[in-house]
Design a protein around this ligand. Structure first.
Ligand SMILES: O=C1O[C@H](COP(=O)(O)O)[C@@H](O)[C@H](O)[C@H]1O
Length: 280
C-alpha cells in the first residue's frame, strides 16, 4: 500500500503517500475535533516561527483563504500572542480573488479580520495583491514583488527547483481537491514558467483570481494542509487512500514537496472515508 503507517501515536500517524513514481513522505495528524486541530496547528506554526527566526531572523508564511483562517484562531491567543516574534513575520497569499481588499470575497479581508488584525506583524511585511489591477496585471505585479524579495535576500531560491522557497505554507483544500486556485483538470496545473499566474474561469466563484503555481507550492520548506469537517472526505480519501492512479491526480496530490515536510492536520470527520483509517 502507498499509505504506509510508520507510527501509531494516538492522534498522529506518519504516512508515505505515493503521489508520483517516487515515494514522498507525508505526515498525517488526525485529531478528535477541529478545536484540537486548531490547538496543534498553533503550536506547530509557533515552533516553526521560532526555528526560522533563530536561523535567519525572518519567517515567511503563506496563507490560503477559506476555513483555514478560522482554524488559525489559537495562534492569536495566549501564549502565542505574546511569545511569537510577530515582527519577523512576512505574510503572503497562495491565492487571492481579484476583488477590492474590503470585499467579502477577499482572502486578504478574511485573513485581516480573523488573524492579522489581532497580531503585531508590521504592515509593510504583509504582501497583499494590488487590487487596482486586472487579474493578469495583479499576478505579474505579485511575481515582481516576489522577485524583488529574492533580490534583497528575504526569499531564497531552491537549489533543487529554482523556484522561491517559503518557510511555511498554511493551506486549505476544497471538496474537489483544489488547493490555492489550482482546480482539478485545469490547464493552470501545468504552468512551469511563472511563479504567480491568474485564472478568469474559476469553477468556484469569484471567477477571477491569482494563484501561486504548483512548482512554487512544491518548493516550500514546510506545508501544513489543514482539512476539517466532512465536506472534503472524498478528496481526502482519494489523496491518502491506498488506490493511486497517476492519470487523474487531484491538485492536492500533485503538491508533494521536492525537498520539504508536508503535514496534514485533520479531524476525524475529514478522514472518515479513509479506508486505511483503521490502521491509524
Ligand atoms: O476558494 C478557495 O478555496 C480554498 C478552499 O477553501 P475552504 O473554504 O474549502 O477551506 C482555499 O484554500 C483558497 O485559498 C480559496 O481561495
Amino acid at each position: 500500500s502507498p499509505f504506509l503507517v510508520l507510527s501509531t501515536a494516538t492522534h498522529c500517524a506518519m504516512a508515505a503517500a505515493e503521489a508520483t513514481s517516487e515515494i514522498r513522505k507525508q505526515a498525517l495528524r488526525v485529531f478528535d475535533s477541529e478545536e484540537e486541530v486548531s490547538v496543534s496547528l498553533a503550536k506547530y506554526t509557533a515552533e516553526l516561527s521560532e526555528k526560522f527566526v533563530r536561523e535567519k531572523r525572518a519567517f515567511t508564511t503563506v496563507l490560503s483563504g477559506g476555513t483555514l483562517i478560522e482554524t488559525l484562531r489559537k495562534l492569536t491567543e495566549p501564549p502565542y500572542l505574546e511569545s511569537v516574534d510577530w515582527a519577523k513575520w512576512h505574510v503572503f497569499w497562495v491565492d487571492e480573488r481579484v476583488v477590492p481588499k474590503d470585499h467579502k470575497d477577499s482572502n486578504y479581508k478574511l485573513a485581516f479580520d480573523g488573524f492579522l488584525s489581532k497580531v503585531a506583524i508590521p504592515s509593510n511585511q504583509v504582501y497583499a495583491i494590488n487590487d487596482t489591477l486586472s487579474a493578469e496585471g495583479a499576478a505579474k505585479d505579485y511575481e515582481t514583488v516576489l522577485k524583488h524579495l529574492v533580490n534583497v535576500g528575504l526569499l531564497p531560491l531552491s537549489s533543487v527547483t529554482g523556484y522561491p522557497v517559503f518557510d511555511l505554507m498554511l493551506l486549505g483544500m476544497g471538496p474537489d481537491g483544489h488547493i490555492a486556485s489550482l482546480f482539478p483538470g485545469h490547464p493552470l496545473l501545468n504552468e512551469r514558467e511563472k511563479w504567480v499566474t491568474f485564472i478568469k474561469d474559476s469553477p468556484k466563484p469569484p471567477p477571477e483570481r491569482i494563484t501561486f503555481t504548483m512548482p512554487v507550492i512544491k518548493s516550500s520548506a514546510y506545508v501544513a494542509m489543514v482539512v476539517t469537517g466532512a465536506g472534503e472526505v472524498h478528496a481526502v480519501s482519494k489523496a491518502l487512500g491506498s488506490e493511486k492512479r497517476s492519470s487523474d491526480l487531484l491538485p492536492v496530490e500533485m503538491a508533494s514537496l521536492e525537498d520539504g515536510e508536508f503535514t496534514w492536520f485533520t479531524d476525524k470527520a475529514a478522514v472518515s472515508m479513509l479506508k486505511d483509517k483503521a490502521s491509524m
